[in-house]
Design a binder for this molecule. Structure first.
Ligand code: UDP
Ligand code: MG
Length: 330
């Protein structure tokens, strides 16, 4: 075990211990599924004939995940562990893993076997052809519920519309990244880490391979709908300022209507002398504009809160312990 300085970015590990392929596995309460995960993944890695490491990021698990990981680490030192000081969320855990990974190619992969490790072979083949990023596109998502598939679909549609980064549909974090991409990602300073967006933003030469998304093997999904909603807000606010800008246009349109309506009322009064009893319309207008103003303020608040977060400049994650980062690779 290396007593890590929790705040410093990881030891940019001496390249002497660099490997060809690193897997990065974010783990939050996955104890039940780890055996099967490693069995299948190791079988794939054996076949590849590359030097490899598996960087497991323990993202504040409260079950026996860490103990299980340590057992694996003792048996196979190439299974390395970064243990964060608490639960930071998957995207941050992934960033931590990318920082610690030393491979010439890095593959983030979920521990629940929804990303079939067998695909790594095809990714590596594409990588050898010279692509910097090989992402896996889901054909089917049988593994996820109907509501989740629909919300995901609409979210990505909206995201596509209002941002100008070409994020490929139906991809997750499961992909192969060349070292040059990993190095660029590590240098991005932002704290709101919507990884799928960042992956698309960096560009480079990419290729796609498709697969069927499987159901989760063990344990439960950590993404409730509230969490997904906030995830969507993070995604959109980090890649688009459209929600901030629409208000001036909406305001303009409403002002024009208000002006026309005022003219209309004045005309009515002058021509016909009718004094309109206006309680109901007044009430509706007041409530409507109250709503519009609160919404627009709320949206400014969303951005402001994220700016505040960035300005505070706290480290992205804190590492409690790290195991295996001083051993030579297999
Ligand atoms: N995960 C994590 N931190 C979290 C939530 C999830 O590291 O706060 C890990 C989790 O252990 C798994 C991966 O991220 O390896 C994907 O999580 P999950 O399967 O719950 O997400 P879903 O597949 O439902 O999108
Ligand atoms: Mg999953």
């Amino acid at each position: 075990m290396t007593p890590a300085d929790p705040i410093s970015t990881p030891p940019r590990i001496a390249r002497a211990s660099a490997v060809e392929l690193s897997l990065v596995v974010p783990i939050h309460n996955e104890a039940a599924g780890l055996d099967e995960f490693f069995t299948r993944t190791l079988a794939v890695l054996e076949k590849l004939g590359l030097t490899w490491e598996i960087v497991c990021v323990n993202d504040g698990s409260t079950d026996a995940s860490l103990e299980r990981l340590l057992e694996f680490h003792r048996r196979l030192p190439a299974i390395k562990i970064v243990s964060l000081s608490r639960n930071f969320g998957k995207d941050v855990a992934l960033s931590a893993g990318l920082d610690y990974a030393s491979g010439a190619a890095v593959v983030p992969i979920d521990a629940d076997l929804q990303d079939p490790p067998e695909l790594i072979e095809r990714m590596v083949a594409k990588w050898r052809e010279g692509f910097d990023m090989v992402y896996a596109v889901r054909n089917r998502r049988d593994g996820d519920s109907w509501l989740k598939r629909q919300t995901a679909r609409y979210f990505y549609r909206i995201f596509d519309r209002i941002t100008d980064i070409p994020a490929p549909r139906d991809t997750g974090d499961f992909r192969l990244l060349d070292r040059r991409v990993v190095d660029v990602l590590a240098r991005l300073p932002e704290r709101t880490r919507f990884m799928k967006g960042l992956f698309a933003w960096v560009g480079f030469r990419h290729a796609a391979i498709s697969y069927d998304r499987e159901p989760r093997r063990a344990g439960d999904t950590k993404w409730g709908y509230w969490r997904l909603w906030n995830f969507a807000l993070d995604a959109i606010t980090s890649f688009s300022s459209l929600p901030l800008k629409i208000w001036s246009y909406l305001g303009l349109v409403i002002s024009i209507f208000a002006f026309l309506y005022a003219m209309f009322l004045a005309g009515l009064k002058i021509l016909r002398g009718i004094d309109v009893p206006g309680y109901a319309s007044l009430m509706v207008a007041v409530l409507f504009f109250g709503g519009v103003q609160l919404t627009s303020l709320g949206i400014i608040g969303e951005y402001l809160a994220r700016m505040y977060n960035e300005v505070k400049g706290r480290p992205l994650y804190l590492v409690r312990d790290a195991w295996g980062f001083d051993q030579p690779s297999p």
